[in-house]
Design a binder for this molecule. Structure first.
Ligand SMILES: Nc1ncnc2c1ncn2[C@@H]1O[C@H](COP(=O)(O)OP(=O)(O)OP(=O)(O)O)[C@@H](O)[C@H]1O
Length: 756
């Protein structure tokens, strides 16, 4: 067993072993054949199972292990200046003592260790892997003045870009948009000018207004045409986006834009909606089609009227988030769509002021890899328009993060991930309360927490919303408003409403629930105004979604690629607004990821200590009560405890809930296993940082509230959430094949995540 397995050993259950002792060889078996005697002896002397075998070894192992812990801890103490692991001997001793008082932490059990069924629970703060990064080599210059890089440009206006006058007035009056952003300034003149008819490859920062950059000049050109157009004139532009949410959002922008010209009508075609009503809308006529690839192709193949809409009028095909379209395997679908569309004859004499060929526009965060292949297939003689300023920053193929985004990174041992997330959410909530102290009506704070899979979203949503039933469901059960008496965050005053609403969003939810959850999160109304809205989500929410005023993005699980990282954090700091993001990394190999993403963060980041900077401010000067005891009903008599004791109690409360609530336990088990599976799907170029073999599975289990690692990683949960692997024959599948199968399943799951 490796040194890193220490935590696992601490988790073993001590068995009474009495039955086995009695049966051992003292009885003499005589008579019969030797084979029968041997058989009987073996029956009487049951084979020690794996756990018992390991326990036998444990007694021998434990002493050297204990010594190793001791020396590890001393080493950590000596390494002053390192991040985290600043626990001192007295703290460890204190925790150990308090473990007795609070029902079992550290190396002590809830029951005396020799009691049958006693469980040994590993401490949060001990045996954690050392953090190697001692210095922030990409530190942010806090004193430097930063200009928001995706903000509207102060010196320019839309009139000078030859945008239609009615549209400009509408932008100013109804949409409060007066100045173009940098990418709009580059794209609009190109698309408006009749001389330019080459295809476009648009590559720009997140939140820089790409949607308007392509929609605005198209609508402007249609409005500038001499011929009178109406909804039956045909479809001028087909916009394809990888997710239903993004397609719906682009459709909403098109709706907003065409409010000044009601005769132009956009239409939305996405999976999860009724095809019949989409057909009816197509029959009525539309001028812009926005949709997801599968549904668009379906209509083009099976709905005659959809093909008729495109004949003679179609001039623009826009593929938004091209890299994601490719990553999700839509290449074939897109090729089929293009084949059908290009097969429809174009009557260039009908709208002579529009380009006399179909212009293809590809928007993508990256210009390399798969998307380049898509570009080669889709685009002809294309022009690359990049939001990057010449000579500024990296030579990379990806746009850098917006300058005003405040990136923070924290390196957190696996056992402490959940409690550190709790601490961070608590700190943001405290800041939210503080900013709203005098403000009337209160400011709404929005935070997004990105996780690797749907099951993990379910677990964290449950863990942070339903500790004590002090909540009420708002939209089905995907939106929960926490109510008076909730104890999920330590800053809650039990006598007041917590002013926190929690959301979950992932691809396994039905489309209507996904849409209504997003709508609830995005709108300021009586249910949301002045509150802290926290959304737990998968990458389904990372692409292109323009949610208003997201103040913070937390990447609890590392992104699956740099593009995903940039898109996740790009949900904040949009269109010149401020925003901050926090990336969690594990000590060890994951620390190398910082070098990998450095070039996309040219202005640097802050490195924060999970204990001093997150846990201590969150848990200090209070008394977190154990969930199984109501000792201090009188708030004034509460004894103030140390932050580490409070953090441990908070975590134990989650663990206790899992022990008591079998439904929550199955949610935690599923989340843990899906998390590990998802971890195996990191792309090969990033495997050096995210290698499942380097994960400490026992410690990781702790961050899902589990006191030990589930025995069978490949086990399937039956309907009751119980392990059904016991009933199955042991698989002959080799470890390597199993890993590959799990990885393939995870990829499949992540694709179906988006449910096209
Ligand atoms: N010229 C402008 N002035 C002010 N706000 C703008 C302007 N253009 C766009 N916006 C706003 O900026 C936000 C981001 O726009 P949009 O969603 O189009 O960005 P994006 O570049 O497509 O982002 P992503 O890469 O994340 O998809 C939207 O809320 C939009 O209304």
């Amino acid at each position: 067993m490796s040194a890193n397995d220490d935590g696992m050993i601490l988790n073993f259950v001590t068995s009474s072993g009495s039955a086995a002792d009695e049966a051992t060889g003292t009885k003499k078996i005589t008579g019969g054949r030797w084979k029968d005697r041997r058989k009987l002896r073996m029956q009487l002397q049951p084979k020690p199972n794996k756990r018992e075998q390991e326990e036998e070894g444990l007694a021998d192992d434990l002493e050297p292990k204990k010594k190793k812990h001791e020396s590890d801890r001393k080493n950590a103490e000596q390494r002053s200046g390192k991040i985290g692991n600043r626990q001192t001997k007295s703290l460890d001793d204190k925790l150990t003592n308090e473990n007795h008082n609070t029902g079992g932490r550290s190396n002590k059990g809830q029951l005396p260790p020799n009691t049958p069924g006693a469980q040994i629970v590993s401490s949060l703060f001990t045996s954690n892997r050392d953090i190697a990064t001692s210095k922030n080599t990409n530190a942010k210059d806090e004193s430097a003045l930063v200009n928001p890089s995706n903000a509207p440009l102060t010196g320019d206006d839309f009139e000078s870009l030859h945008t239609n006058e009615t549209l400009v007035q509408h932008l100013k009056g109804k949409m409060e948009i007066t100045k173009p952003t940098s990418i709009q300034k580059k794209v609009i003149p190109h698309l408006i000018s009749p001389k330019n008819d080459n295809d476009l490859f648009i590559n720009a920062q997140t939140g820089s207004g790409k949607t308007l950059a392509f929609l605005l000049p198209i609508v402007s050109q249609i409005l500038d045409m001499k011929s009178h157009v109406h909804r039956k004139s045909g479809c001028f532009a087909l916009v394809i986006a990888p997710t239903r949410e993004l397609a719906s959002q682009i459709y909403q922008v098109a709706l907003q834009l065409t409010q000044c010209c009601h005769f132009l009508v956009p239409c939305l075609l996405i999976g999860g909606e009724r095809k019949k009503s989409e057909k009816a809308r197509l029959r009525k006529g539309c001028n812009f089609i926005v949709g997801t690839p599968g549904r668009v192709l379906d209509h083009l193949q099976n709905t005659k009227v959809a093909r008729e809409q495109l004949s003679s009028s179609l001039r623009y095909i826009i593929l938004d988030e091209g890299d994601k379209l490719m990553e999700l395997g839509f290449e074939e679908t897109l090729t089929d769509i293009l084949k059908i569309v290009h097969g429809i004859p174009l009557n260039s004499s009908k709208f002579p002021s529009l380009p006399n060929r179909i212009i293809h526009i590809l928007c993508s965060a990256t210009t390399k890899g798969h998307v380049k292949k898509l570009g080669d297939v889709v685009l002809q003689n294309y022009k690359l328009i990049s939001g990057k300023e010449k000579g500024k920053y990296s030579k990379s193929e990806l746009a850098a993060v917006p300058d005003q985004l405040k990136q923070t990174i924290t390196i957190v041992p696996p056992k402490l991930r959940l409690v550190t997330l709790g601490g961070e959410l608590n700190n943001i909530t405290k800041r939210h309360y503080h900013s709203n102290e005098d403000a009337e009506p209160g400011v709404t704070t929005r935070t997004m927490v990105f996780l690797s899979c749907s099951d993990s979203v379910e677990f964290h949503y449950e863990a942070f919303s339903s500790a004590d039933s002090a909540y009420k469901n708002c939209v089905s059960d995907s939106v929960r408003e926490l109510t008076r008496g909730s104890t999920v965050l330590p800053c809650f005053d039990l006598s007041k409403q917590p002013q926190v609403v929690l959301y979950k969003l992932h691809g396994s939810l039905s489309q209507p629930i996904r849409s209504s959850t997003l709508k609830h999160f995005s709108t300021d109304n009586d249910a949301t105004k002045g509150k802290h809205l926290i959304m737990f989500c998968t990458d389904v929410a990372s692409r292109g979604l323009d949610l208003p005023d997201v103040g913070a993005v937390i990447e609890l699980d590392p992104p699956f690629s740099v593009e995903d990282h940039l898109h996740r954090i790009g949900r904040t700091a949009r269109a010149g607004r401020s925003g901050e993001s926090l990336l969690f990394l594990l000590p060890g190999e994951e620390e190398g990821y910082m070098d990998h993403i450095r070039k996309y963060h040219p202005l640097g980041w802050s490195l924060v200590k999970y204990d001093e900077d997150i846990l201590e401010p969150a848990f200090k000067a209070l008394h977190v009560e154990r969930s199984d005891k109501q000792q201090y009903r009188d708030e004034n008599k509460k004894e103030v405890l140390n932050w580490d004791t409070n953090a441990t109690t908070w975590h134990l409360n989650v663990e206790r809930r899992i022990l008591e609530d079998s439904t929550f336990k199955s949610v935690a088990l599923k989340a843990y296993m899906s998390h590990v599976r998802a971890y195996t799907t990191h792309i090969s170029s990033e495997k050096q940082f995210f290698n499942v073999k380097c994960l400490h599975l026992g410690h990781l289990a702790k961050s899902f509230g589990l006191r030990e690692r589930p025995k069978s990683m490949g086990m399937q949960n039956n309907k009751n959430g119980k392990d059904s692997s016991e009933n199955k024959k042991p698989s002959k599948e080799g470890a390597k094949n199993k890993m590959w199968r799990m990885a393939r399943n995870a990829v499949k799951e992540s694709v179906s995540e988006f449910n096209y």
